[in-house]
Ligand binder design. Structure first.
Ligand code: ZN
Length: 243
């Protein structure tokens, strides 16, 4: 069975569609695991929710999904994120809200725990270093954990008391073995590793491997929609810079 692993779509329909097309070229997938932040920042929140629903994914909520529902305090969002959040909330129908509202914060699928930020603090914590990863390995019991939130493709590997860390490049392959892993597929709709290409992964449960991919999408089109919607300039610019 092949599982498409996506995170941080962030209302970016062009990136999302391109990832689906590319994943089909890479051998396709039968199931979708979505690690949250379906909305926020980008110009197509409702269309992204609709496209996601059609895939019948296993999906968890991210902090931006909760913020669009007014379910969390956004006082620590920066001004641009807060403005985009209010705009996003205005675009959602009652059905869209109900879909986001039903998403759990953590789910378990076989050998995997799925959490947006971290298994310890699912909505908020960024796993950006080995120390934070070390703490989080204590907070899930499956061999592997999938997270998003940082928008940077990365892997942490537990080895006795040490945690090894590594950036995931386009085409990199992780072979699942004895060692426990925390894997981040990177962001679909707003990559932040200075590579603006959409980022995703495919898990092949027969081969026991996770493959990571990057794909170019029509960023200019997304940026044009954001301009028309009056979304903040920095959020428009960062898509092109990959930050
Ligand atoms: Zn995000």
């Amino acid at each position: 069975m092949k599982y498409l692993i996506i995170a941080d779509i962030h209302s970016n329909l062009e990136a999302f569609q391109t990832v689906l097309d590319d994943a089909n070229k890479m051998g396709g997938f039968e199931r979708v695991w979505c690690l949250g932040d379906v909305v926020g920042y980008g110009p197509d929140p409702a269309a992204c929710i609709k496209m996601l629903q059609e895939l019948k994914p296993v999906c968890i909520s991210g902090n931006h999904d909760l913020a669009a529902l007014d379910k969390i305090d956004i006082s620590d969002f920066n001004a641009d994120a807060a403005r985009a959040n209010r705009w996003t909330a205005d675009q959602l129908s009652d059905e869209d809200r109900a879909y986001l509202d039903d998403l759990p914060e953590v789910v378990w699928q076989g050998d995997f725990t799925l959490a947006h930020g971290s298994p310890r603090y699912p909505a908020w914590e960024y796993i950006t270093n080995a120390w934070t990863a070390t703490e989080n390995f204590k907070h899930f019991s499956t061999p592997y954990c999938l997270v998003g939130h940082t928008h940077v493709p990365f892997v942490f590997e537990q080895e006795d008391i040490l945690v090894n860390e590594g950036y995931l490049g386009n085409g990199d392959m992780l072979v699942l073995g004895e060692k426990r892993l925390i894997v981040n597929p990177g962001g679909v709709g707003q990559p932040r590793d200075r590579d603006p290409r959409a980022s995703y992964a495919i898990y092949d449960s027969d081969e026991r491997v996770i493959r990571h991919y990057r794909v170019e999408y029509p960023i200019g089109l997304t940026q044009e929609k954001m301009e028309n919607a009056g979304l903040p300039d920095f959020l428009i610019g960062r898509l092109g810079w990959g930050i």
